[in-house]
Design a protein around this ligand. Sequence first.
Ligand code: NYM
Length: 209
Amino acid sequence: MRGVLLALEGVDRCGKTTQAARLAETLRQRGHTVETWRFPDRTTATGKLLDAYLSRAAEMDGRVAHLLFSANRWEKADQLLRTLQRGVHVLLDRYAYSGVAFSAAVNQLDIDWCRATERGLPAPDRVFYLDVSPAAAAARGGYGGERYESVPLQEQVRRVFLEHLYDAGRWHVVPADGSVEQVHQQLLPLVLECVEAAEHHNTPVGTLW
Ligand code: NYM
């Protein structure tokens, strides 16, 4: 039985990383094998360039940055598929949806061009969009000074996520203004439903888009 591929998405500081860790812990306690993967993976060659770009140590054309974010996923795609085939569930902390939303909103790139570089990547079985207002997200301890960390930009990113990328068949929009525990309690049954459904039918991993 293959593992399920679940993506957590949202604007900066929406709580994805905390919720991914909390979900992984709960799933493990219930006997599931889980890995959390984060994009961009800042440890690879492309990830190091992206880390320099995000921290403003390097300037880059927006299209080049987009292609690097995309390459950073493609270089992990085979390993991701092999991990799922071993029966491991994978929680993605950001994925191709962030790739399109940030590039299209912040660098004003054509959305179809942004989507094209993601076409063919393993498709998540479910996407959980943690919905907080960018103003509330910024108030959570503030931003760290990376590129894109401003409320007006994040408002535009949120708009692309919800108006252009939302896919009723695959996405759950989860209100995420509450406490860590409240959001976890909303997410957990949705995640368990996917994990348990996968135990009954072994559908192949789909591809974007
Ligand atoms: N980001 C992330 C992109 O612009 N494109 C992408 O494809 C991905 C995966 O990088 N502001 C942006 C969103 C975030 C930043 O931050 C990564 P973090 O805190 O590592 O999730």
